[in-house]
Each structure stands twice: as C-alpha cells, then as structure tokens.
Design a protein around this ligand. Structure first.
Ligand code: PLP
Length: 437
C-alpha cells in the first residue's frame, strides 16, 4: 500500500460542516503492509468495503460486537477449512507457531513485550482471570468506581469474596458532561488509604462515554507507591476495551500495571477474542486461574523448558478453542497498523466530534458525554425529553440507524461511530435526532 496516497486521500475527505484532520505523518514503522498487499486500502471507503455490513442501514453500535473485515474473515475461513479436514493434525502442526504469532503482533500493536500479552476470549474473561488471580489478602482494599461495567463489578466481588479483601466503590464525577481531570484525580487521592492494594477502573465508561485520564492516574499511583514498601504497592488495572482499537495506544505511556480488552469490538478482531496485558514487574501478583494448554502445557510434556514459560503462556486459558478465531486475531492488528494507529485515532475523533457538536445544537437532545475529546472517545450517551433509552433506540432503528442503549442501572441511548462510518452517516443520525421530538 502506498502510505502517502492513503494519507492524501484521507486528508481530502472533507465532510459537510467539519474538516477532517490533516493527518499527521505516518510515524509508525510498519512491517505488516506486505500482508495486506492483496487488498486495496487507500481510503476510508476502501476500509468500509472490507466489511459485509448490511447495506441500507447506518451501523452505529459496532462497539458491542465487531463485523469481521476481509483479512480476518479470510484467515478464519482458511483455518476452519483445515480444521474441518483434519482437526487433530492441523492443531498439532500449528499450535506451537499460530498462537505465538498472534501474541507477537498484539504486543507490537501495544508496544509491549510478547511475554506480557495473554490471549483471552473476551474482556469479561480477561477481567475474571485478572481479578480472580490477584494475590490479595484479608485487610487489603480494592478501590474502584461506580462507573465500571458489570463484568468488572462482579469480577471484583468474586475476588474480594475469595481473598477477604474489601471493596470501596466511589463516584469519580457528578455530571459526566462536566468531568475534569482534577475532579477525577482529587476524588481518587482522597480515597486511597494505607490498605489500598488495587485500583480498578474502566478507561472509557460505556454508561456515560467518559474517558478517564489513565496516564495521569498512573502518575498519582506512582507517586503514592514511592513512599510504600514493595509488598504494599498499589497495582493499577484498567478495562480498556472502549479505547482499544481507537486510541493510539502505547502501554508504556499509559503507565498502568494491567490492561484488559476484548478484541472483538473496535479493533475488528474475531468474535470471541481478547487480550490481557500485564507489565513485567506485576506478573508475580497473579496466580493463573484457568490451566493453559499450548506452550505452558509444553512444560509438562517437556517440549519447552520451564524457564521459558512466561506470563503470556500461563495466563492464556487452555482447552481447545475456536482456534480459527483465536489464530486469526493478528490480521485485525495488522490491518490497524497498516492504516496507522494515529490515523485511526484522528478519524475516529473527527467523526465523533462532528456527531457531538451536532447533538449539542439540538435543543431536545441532552448529551451526557463530555464534548472534549480528552474526556471522551467514541461512545456518545444522550437523553431526549419524554423518551426512554429503549424507545429512542427503537425509533432510530425504524429510521434504519442501529443504535444501542447502555446496560446499566441507569441506562442511556448511545450512538457510537467507528472508522467504518462516514460523515454522511453521522449527518443522517443528526437529521433523525432532530426529528425525534
Ligand atoms: C466497559 C466494558 N467492559 C467490558 C465489557 C464486556 O466485553 P466483552 O463482551 O468483551 O466481555 C463491555 C461490553 O461492551 C464494556 O462496555
């Protein structure tokens, strides 16, 4: 693919009313391009053409579950055909190389070491493995928020029940639309006690669309840890699923100890896949929860030396999986890196900003998500006077716009554009919203 052409054509794509960013120079060293050379990927519409999404509908809820783009789909089909022909031999011939290949590409995407990345089946599974496996003790305190997903809440509850640790759950903001970094940091700071051993947060809240300033929170934890003995250190864990595949992610810059994400949402990986990343110096804090197969199983059978077994091997749950999906995940990461993580981030921000600014101009729409892209990503939660969230979603469906509502105690309607959407589709949503009164 010609990088320049991609950028130039992207830069030319100016939508009605907003200018898309002139994309920054292609900074990433990308060795994945050759893998996608059989695909035309020079513009955002080329990307859209990689999906078999139902036409005639505006897809604004892919945050729930991805559609598989062509490279992912073809890889899945290749593996599936081989498994169907000869499952035992195909697995035996490939398991020692297929999974490490996925881990290596995932690590490259994260700017991490492959030994730090375990493969999971979903965000929920990653959260379960992480919080259940954490070596917490009676008297330890888990500091978390009221804004996390059900999966975080439950995984922490199970963890507390097993370990005897307690949970302190706090609000990080009153009004999501007005959230500020200072407010979040000061509330956290106030609630850290000498017993706090784990801070568990969600990067982008699917209930409100608020995006937390993770690097700043990492800075705060680092500061607190400076005056603590290693055994009392606070670990910082993040459910990052709604920034993963959108933000130009570099785990080192984030500064947390653990990052969990499903890869079947924004990154367009195979359904039933996810990652759990853990910084090297946090590996000792986890006891594996589900017996691993593949390489860790190899230690038992003697084909991999014990000293080479690492966090990734031990925490990628074993058992026989839908391997055609698990082994095709690298194709999604490669596609993102081919386009460029920063290009994806800029495009996503532009579409979401266009939507939010348009919503703010509609008197009967109340946007709960912050306008600033420092505190929001691509989940836009809103209310309309006199209509419940499900009624809004239904009315939008009638206009062939696929929206969603948040499955929380207090639910809101959501529109969540991704990089496969267009300015015209965003405008279509705004026209529909204006008419919903
Ligand atoms: C913040 C958050 N975490 C976790 C999940 C669960 O994700 P998964 O389906 O990958 O388990 C969701 C669902 O969309 C979510 O919004």
């Amino acid at each position: 693919m010609d990088r320049r052409r991609f950028l130039n054509r992207t830069g030319l794509a100016v939508g009605a009313g907003i200018s898309l960013p002139v994309l920054s120079a292609f900074e990433e060293v990308n060795q994945c391009e050759k893998n996608s050379s059989q695909y035309k990927l020079n513009s955002w519409s080329d990307l859209r053409d990689m999906f078999d999404l139902e036409t005639g509908k505006t897809h604004m809820a892919l945050m729930l579950l991805a559609s598989h783009p062509k490279p992912v789909k073809e890889e899945i089909e290749r593996h599936r055909a081989n498994f169907d022909k000869n499952p035992a031999e195909y697995w035996e011939e490939n398991f020692q190389t297929a999974e490490p290949r996925v881990v290596e590409v995932a690590a490259k995407y994260l700017n991490a070491d492959p030994s730090e990345v375990a493969l999971t089946d979903s965000t929920t599974q990653g959260l379960g493995i992480l919080y259940t496996g954490m070596k917490l003790r009676e008297g330890d305190e888990i500091l978390t928020t009221t804004h996390g997903h059900y999966s975080t809440e439950k995984a922490l509850e199970f963890s507390a029940e097993r370990s005897g640790a307690s949970i302190k759950r706090i609000d990080l903001y009153e009004d999501p639309s007005q959230v500020s970094g200072d407010e979040v940091l000061s509330r956290l700071k106030k609630n850290i006690t000498p017993n706090t051993r784990l801070l568990a947060v969600t990067w982008v809240h699917s209930c409100s669309g608020v995006k937390l300033p993770i690097s700043e929170i990492s800075g705060l934890i680092k500061e607190v840890n400076q005056s603590r003995a290693e055994k009392n250190r606070i670990y910082f864990a993040v459910d990052g699923v709604h920034a993963f595949g959108l933000d130009n992610i570099d785990v080192n810059e984030l500064g947390c100890d653990f990052l969990v994400a499903g890869t079947h949402k924004w990154i367009f990986g195979p359904r039933g896949t996810g990652i759990l990343w853990a910084k090297k110096d946090a590996h000792d804090m986890l006891v594996p929860v589900i017996p691993a197969f593949s390489m860790a199983y190899g230690e038992w059978l003697g084909f991999i030396p014990k000293e080479q077994i690492n966090f990734s091997h031990l925490n990628s749950p074993g058992g026989f999986h839908a391997f055609e999906h698990r082994w095709s995940l690298h194709k999604a990461f490669e596609m993102h890196m081919t386009i460029g993580k920063q290009n994806i981030a800029s495009r996503s921000k532009a579409l979401n900003q266009m939507l939010k600014e348009g919503m703010a101009d509609i008197p009967h729409v109340k946007l709960l998500t912050p306008m600033s892209d420092n505190y929001s990503e691509a989940i836009n939660c809103f209310e309309i006077d006199g209509l419940g969230p499900d009624e809004i979603v239904q009315k939008l469906h009638q206009k062939k716009i696929i929206a969603s509502s948040s499955p929380y105690r207090k639910s809101y309607a959501r529109l969540t554009p991704s990089v496969i959407n267009t300015e015209e589709e965003v405008e279509k949503c705004l026209v529909a919203l204006r008419a919903l009164f």
